[in-house]
Design a protein around this ligand. Structure first.
Ligand SMILES: [Zn+2]
Length: 284
């Protein structure tokens, strides 16, 4: 037994003769000393039972720091890998990959949406446990989808699973691919946050309305939050008389905090700006 221990320690010790690094030197006992921090990189270990001595490698402060940095880098790499995986499964349109709060073009019309979105991310744990969602409503082209995508990217960067899709895509998926609706909805509901773009564009068939209700209802039942965007006005959302729509909107407003995003379309604003700039050049 004692021999086995001796052999083991010797073998470990032999493996742990560190490479000399620039500046390292040996002390009077022949042990390597770190040239940088001045700490021994080897020590003498007295073996039990026989009293024999062996030399083993021990880490100096620099080596400990190197190991800490390597572990940190490894952790970072794993984190990036998980984030990439989450992004790959988020279904988000690639054109929103760069939607970030730091790139947000704030103006008087969208500053409230911007603030709400940032606070939503900052308080996501609470929002999640309260099953609290958002609904961004307002005219076309005011940046509602972009704002929702900023939330998605900020949460994905914090390793939170997010799925971002649209009602049109969901309906197409259920209608055209023959996928089992229950299984499909379960997949969407697995994400901690579900973002669905463009509620209300498909004001048509009973079939579409039924499916839309199922999506909203199953999400609410899963006790996880969702964020919607819609071009519908507040009056359209709250004063609907048609029961087929009303039950959808009521279900949404039970769990989604409304955020009005007013203003003219960014596209229209940009076109007006361009016209102005061109006029200045051409007409002096
Ligand atoms: Zn050192």
């Amino acid at each position: 037994m004692a021999d086995m221990i001796k052999e083991y320690i010797k073998s470990v010790g032999a493996d742990r003769e560190p490479d000399m690094r620039p500046g390292d030197y040996r002390n009077e006992q022949g042990l390597i000393v770190c040239g940088k921090c001045g700490i021994l990189r080897q020590k003498i270990l007295k073996l039990p039972f026989g009293g024999e001595e062996t030399i083993v490698h021990c880490t100096c402060l620099c080596e400990q720091e190197d190991m800490r940095k390597m572990a940190e880098q490894e952790k970072k790499r794993e984190e990036m890998f998980r984030i990439r995986e989450l992004k790959n499964t988020s279904l988000m349109d690639s054109k929103y990959a760069d939607a970030k709060f730091c790139n947000y073009e704030q103006d008087a019309d969208n500053s409230k949406a911007f603030k709400v979105a940032q606070n939503y991310v900052a308080n996501f744990d609470k929002m999640f446990s309260d099953n609290q969602g958002l609904i961004f409503h307002g005219p076309v082209g005011t940046g509602k989808t972009y704002t929702a995508a900023c939330i998605a990217n900020a949460l994905l960067d914090k390793e939170t699973s997010v799925i971002m899709t649209s009602f049109v895509k969901i309906l197409q998926e259920i209608q055209n691919t023959g996928v089992d609706e229950g299984v499909y909805l379960q997949k969407l509901n697995a994400a901690r946050l579900l973002i669905i773009d463009d509620l209300g564009v498909e004001r048509n068939t009973d079939y579409a309305l039924e499916k839309t209700y199922n999506v909203v209802d199953s999400r609410a039942r899963s006790k996880k939050p969702f964020i919607l965007t819609t071009n519908l006005t507040w009056d359209e959302l709250t004063k609907e008389q048609d029961l087929r729509y009303k039950r959808i909107f009521d279900r949404i407003l039970e769990v989604c905090y409304p955020v009005h995003v007013p203003g003219k379309s960014h596209r229209i604003k940009k076109a007006a700006q361009r016209m102005n700039d061109t006029r200045k050049i051409l007409e002096g």
